[in-house]
Design a protein around this ligand. Structure first.
Ligand code: ZN
Ligand code: ZN
Ligand code: ZN
Length: 175
């Protein structure tokens, strides 16, 4: 539908070739399904789209194809909620927040987590892969449009508390 989509498909195919991956009609179909499915598509949803135009391509092939794409760095996956994985081309990485009530997915800019990323690395020597899992919570709609502004007055030393918590190893953090 969009010429932009064609450009992205060609770019993804170029990347695939550059990394030594073969371009087959099944692989092309999976990539184009991924682009068509602008929303966050599971392997099952992609298989349905692919199967419509390529009846010989089954779910197991789509899984294998997505695995191969991931190994080649063309595609990546994210878990929304309880392990449900969705797929992305690696040219559009962002963070995700998913509403535990209605399932709405909110896209968040990478920059939002830059500071957390650096703090974890500096203070704990831990490099977080913050976009592998979505943050879970409630979306603005499910919150009823109230209480989301975060401007309620807090007691003193909120920042200090957070800092001292962050320095401590994770003892007592799990329930
Ligand atoms: Zn996304
Ligand atoms: Zn919601
Ligand atoms: Zn995973």
């Amino acid at each position: 539908m969009t010429t932009d989509g064609d450009g992205r498909l060609e770019a993804a195919l170029d990347l695939l070739r550059a990394r030594g991956g073969r371009v087959t009609s099944a692989r092309r179909a999976v990539l184009s399904a991924l682009l068509e499915h602008q929303e966050h598509a599971s392997a099952e949803a992609l298989a349905e789209v692919v199967h419509a135009s390529h009846p010989d391509v089954h779910l197991s092939t789509v899984y294998r194809t997505l695995d191969a794409f991931e190994q080649l760095g063309v595609v990546t996956h994210v878990h929304l909620g309880h392990g449900r994985a969705i797929y992305h081309l690696t040219d559009e990485i962002h963070h995700h927040a998913v509403c535990e009530r209605c399932g709405a997915v909110v896209q968040l800019p990478l920059a939002l987590f830059a500071q957390l990323h650096h703090r974890l690395l500096d203070d704990f020597g831990f490099e977080v892969d913050a976009h592998h899992f979505a943050l879970v919570g409630r979306c603005a709609r499910c919150l009823g449009g109230t209480g989301a502004t975060g401007d309620r007055p807090l007691a003193t030393a909120d920042g200090e508390d957070r800092r001292s918590l962050a320095r401590r190893p994770a003892s007592g953090a799990s329930p």
